[in-house]
Design a protein around this ligand. Structure first.
Ligand code: M6R
Length: 608
């Protein structure tokens, strides 16, 4: 996790301010401490500390640092607690080198011991600091900093995206990538490195996504990349990104999360128009030929996988296994060349999902990626890709990337069912027609229900626990609703199939305990009515999201109802999650929290 930035410009600029602004766009990656290092008149200026970037800027005056070359970091602590000393950049003994790093150096203890035995003095508890001392160690009189950097990197084990500057070669920013994401922003009279695309958008929309094992440097006018000691040509790898800087700013909303919830109609419509049916049909042919389909992802992406699992199994009769990415090992012996893995990751960089992809590929399994970030690692390492077109998602809580993932996965599942003649043409067309209406449907749900969700949040803000129950496709939506409340409002929330209540969880229910019911399938209405009654009998506070046609039924039974459109249950997961996102958002805000930056979390999890 953590975000890194480096900027090299031709003229002296207000570089501290430029780096600070870029870091703010990466703050979703970590926000417990931050820092900047700049080379000015041959000396290194380092300012860093514990806290969020805006507070630190007031205290440490990042905006008042001028120079041509600098690096910055926003941290999510792994090795060493959040503190001024552990904040990046880290320096060598003689303050000639400064380094920022995202990832984990797994052999740092051995390296540190070795370096300490030769006299190096460490100032932090981090794994990162070894990089600065290692480069210092390899810098012999007359040797090139690039050679020293190369030698240092060759001794590192683990995951890393590194940015390094040294007063001995002050126009360069050295970089290296292994597993942790890193891009180069290609500008005019300036070049940049960053952990993610939104960081550079204010200055350039031309980027190169670096690959594992690549190292090199940028200057204001030069880009040098090498791999296994040989220079790599990069000009043909420059991508022009269609995201604008406005897409990565709050645009008048108090939080990114609220903006991103409101952007869902647009994100859905962009995803819809970006889908290439030829690609979907090719993917479906692969799925149709496979013996077994696996689906994986983490957090919200796993929940999108569960939606896909349900539709593929029920409608296409496929043999589907969906698992949380970090638990892939259990399935390894069941995988072969006739298996297909659908790997879902909005960022395309989640390490757990990437590890599952690599392990499955080694067994000959074909991999289909669903991602929101073009050229990110998981799509690059997969055989086929479908991109969602949600635009950059900055809030830590996934919202628009979830609904667009489900849209893509549902179209894929329906198309497979149609291709293998499990779904009649008329029904397929009707379902696709309903999908096309989702941007409008979602927009009207936000318009009609935002105020009601706020009222509900007033109730939720004083609660310590909540249950989210559903049946069928309502289960993954209940799980996602509970995750949203947990991660941004810090309220303990549990989701499970409603039928499980009587097998244990109902023991926790007492007066005013909130229980959400996700009712989206006619088949389960009566069973859920029974579950509501059971909860009412224990004085729970019951809330139902139910289709308009059943709303009177549920209004008579429940304390609070949110009426949802009468649409096919296989399409319903997309609109149904929206009110649950809004309830979580307003509950978080009413509890005085920052929903964009929940404690202990980072947007992209690049450590196992
Ligand atoms: O980038 P990915 O989709 O692979 O991320 C997976 C999870 O880390 C992510 O969905 C996480 O659970 C979100 N914070 C949920 O809101």
């Amino acid at each position: 996790m953590c975000g890194i930035v480096g900027i090299a410009c031709l003229e002296i600029e207000n570089i501290g301010k430029m780096i600070r602004r870029c870091l703010e766009r990466l703050e979703y990656r970590g926000y417990d401490s931050a820092g900047i290092a700049v080379i000015k008149n041959g000396t290194l200026i380092v300012r860093k500390g514990r806290g969020k970037i805006a507070e630190l800027n007031k205290r440490l005056k990042f905006d008042e640092i001028y120079g041509k070359v600098g690096i910055g970091h926003t941290r999510w602590a792994t090795h060493g607690k959040p503190s001024d000393e552990n904040a990046h950049p880290h320096t060598d003994c003689r303050d000639m080198i400064a380094v920022v790093h995202n990832g984990i150096i797994s052999n740092y203890l051995e390296l540190r011991e070795k370096l300490e035995s030769t006299g190096h003095v460490f100032r932090s508890e981090t794994d990162t600091e070894v990089i600065a001392h290692l480069v210092e160690e390899h810098l012999r009189p007359g040797s090139e900093p690039l050679d020293a950097f190369r030698m240092a990197v060759s001794e590192l084990c683990g995951t890393y995206a590194i940015g390094l500057i040294t007063v001995l070669d002050p126009s360069k920013i050295f970089f290296a990538r292994m597993t942790s994401p890193l891009i180069i922003g290609v500008g005019e009279g300036m070049n940049m490195i960053a952990s993610d695309i939104p960081a550079v958008l204010e200055y350039t929309n031309r980027v190169i996504v670096l690959k594992d094992g690549e190292i090199g440097y940028i200057t204001p006018t030069e880009i040098y990349i090498e791999r296994e000691g040989r220079p790599v040509s990069w000009k043909e790898r420059v991508r022009v990104i269609s995201w604008s800087v406005d897409m990565a700013s709050k645009g008048g909303y108090p939080h990114f999360m609220l903006k991103e919830i409101h952007e869902q109609p647009l994100a859905l419509s962009n995803t819809l128009s970006g889908i290439e049916m030829e690609n979907i049909r090719n993917i479906c042919s692969l799925l149709a030929k496979s013996d077994r389909i696996f689906i994986t992802g983490a957090g919200t992406s796993y929940h999108a996988g569960l939606v896909c699992d349900y539709v593929l199994t029920e409608l296409a009769g496929a043999d589907v296994t969906t698992f949380i990415a970090s638990e892939y090992r259990k399935y390894i012996n069941a995988v072969d060349e006739r298996s297909v893995l659908i790997a879902i990751s909005q960022s395309g960089e989640t390490i757990d999902t990437l590890m599952a992809v690599r392990a499955f590929k080694e067994r000959g399994c074909r991999v289909i990626a669903v991602s929101n970030v073009v050229d990110s690692t998981i799509p690059r390492e997969s055989d086929m890709v479908v991109y969602t077109r949600a635009g950059p998602e900055i809030g830590v809580a996934a919202t628009k990337t979830f609904t667009t993932q489900i849209m893509v996965l549902t179209i894929m599942s329906l198309t497979l069912a149609y291709m293998i003649e499990r779904l009649r043409e008329a029904e397929y067309r009707e379902l696709i027609r309903q999908i096309r209406e989702l941007p409008t449907v979602t927009e009207s749900i936000i318009r009609m229900h935002e105020a009601r969700c706020m009222i509900l949040a007033r109730y939720m803000k004083n609660r310590a626990n909540a249950f989210y129950l559903g049946r069928g496709l309502g289960v993954p939506i209940a799980m996602e609703g509970a995750l949203k409340l947990k991660e941004i409002a810090y309220i303990h929330a549990e989701a499970y199939p409603a039928g499980e209540s009587k097998h244990g969880p109902i023991a926790l229910v007492e007066r005013d305990f909130p229980v959400f019911f996700v009712v989206l399938d006619d088949y389960y209405v009566e069973a859920i009515v029974g579950n509501v009654m059971e909860m009412r009998a224990r004085d729970a506070y019951t809330i139902a999201l139910a289709p308009r046609k059943y709303i009177y039924k549920f209004a008579k039974l429940c304390d609070y109802v949110i009426d949802m459109p009468n649409i096919d249950y296989r399409i319903a997961p997309i609109p149904y999650i929206v009110p649950l996102q809004l309830v979580a958002y307003y509950t978080s805000v009413m509890r005085g929290l920052d929903p964009d930056k929940p404690r202990n979390l980072a947007k992209t999890v690049t450590v196992e």
